[in-house]
Design a protein. Sequence first.
Length: 534
Amino acid sequence: MRATWRGLPAKLHDVGWEPGLTVPAADGSPLITDHYFPRAEGDFPTLLVRSPYGRGVPWSPMCGILFAEQGFHVVLQSCRGTGGSGGTFDLWRNEPADGQATVAWLREQPWFNGTLGTVGPSYLGYVQWALALDPPPELKAMVVQVGLHDPYDLFYEDGALRLETALVDGVGITYQHQGMGRFLKAILRLQRRLRAATTAWPLRGAYAPALGGEVPWLDEVMSHPDPKDAYWDGASVGEAADRLRVPTSLITGWHDALVDQTLEQYGRLRQADCDTALLVGPWTHTSALQQGWTEVFTESLAWLRAHLCDDPSGLRPTRVRVHIGGEDAWRDLDDWPSTTSAGPWYPTAQGELTQQAPTDSTPLTSFRYDPDDPTPSVGGPLLSRNAGPRDNGKLEARDDVLTFTGPPLTEPVDILGPVSARLSISTDTGHADVFTRLCDVDPEGRSVNVCDGLGRLRTEGQEPSQITIPMSSTAHRFAVGHRIRWQISGGAHPRYARNPGNGESPVDATTFTPVHITLHPDSTLTLRQATSSL
């Protein structure tokens, strides 16, 4: 374990283990729970970790052993319907009540001293927010690592299905709690059959061979693209942050599939004047728990010691720490977003990107998006191993990808904060997706993605329509000699399900219509430039 993660804090205690404890859920279903504890005299605070991914590797060392070594009781519990726990797993409906039932059980344990914290990544972060909807008085600290609060936003972006994320999440929830052997086999099967599962038409049900069978909750997710559908009622637990008083540490990566949710959580906590901290590293969803685990664990431990053990010695001096892409450096900030100056960049018909506003109203350029040959996805904020910064050269050589590139920089440009695009678009079918990406082009011409976003467009006739697309956030330095590039296309498949181009549901479509997409000159890319050098 320590050979895998270098630089971990020194072990303080030997660890004891009580496996297979039974905790009654809100409806009485047995929730199977493991208890890790320091083999030492004295009172120790307790960490609650609730997971649908099982209680074995990697959760037993990451959440159980490592924190127990540092002087915490750790209660690692399988959510209902997973890891041997009774009942049926649901993506969100049972977590608030089951979390409260577990805290009620904790109160009866002789080793529980009344001081409670929560910690964990991904869905293990969701269950923390679910408990925080009505925080028990014992809850004194939370650490949400690459976590979510809104399942809809995990699976959809502006109504477009995040197809690859849905399939990867389907594998994780279905198989990881069954043990690493079955989980790894399921991942390999999905990799082999991903193309077939994502290019079938209709898309509905086509995932079953790739996932080893039907997954009822995944069928329901894919059948409800409208966030206002009653199906999603109660799914988001983000409102917990609006009134929370529990000190909360948030950790994410710039290429995490949930980075936008984490930044939203931070903003809501700050608005509520809740004690909070934010760490954003150069990580994807998975690499934060692998290559980045030493930083993530150290940050988490410092926060928990400060608020559960009255030991603030490990806290950093500022509320926010972010990694600066393009420079490979860390910066401490007073808040997020930091002080910036928003400036528009404009595309030209010659493929340039300039800060000079256009004077000509002639359409800039157009391209043809063919759903039968969808523009592929390259890197970005995914749950899979393909996530992160990647060379976009082959992608940008396609006829269905537009690029607009600025001149070589004579001084660094530091971008700090949310990035967005306002596009003026017309189409010939009235139905299209628009994918827009910020890239850093080095002096050798290698184009690497920084951040991106997708919007769903419905137009009337040939008149251009305006669409604003959030492109996530970044902290990135474009170095001297580098160039800023704006990339625009009609999709990113299989990251997103293909837009059929004809108004049909992407899940049920059996016919596809190529779309001609025209970009008009009153389009802008908005970058927030740091007011002083990073």
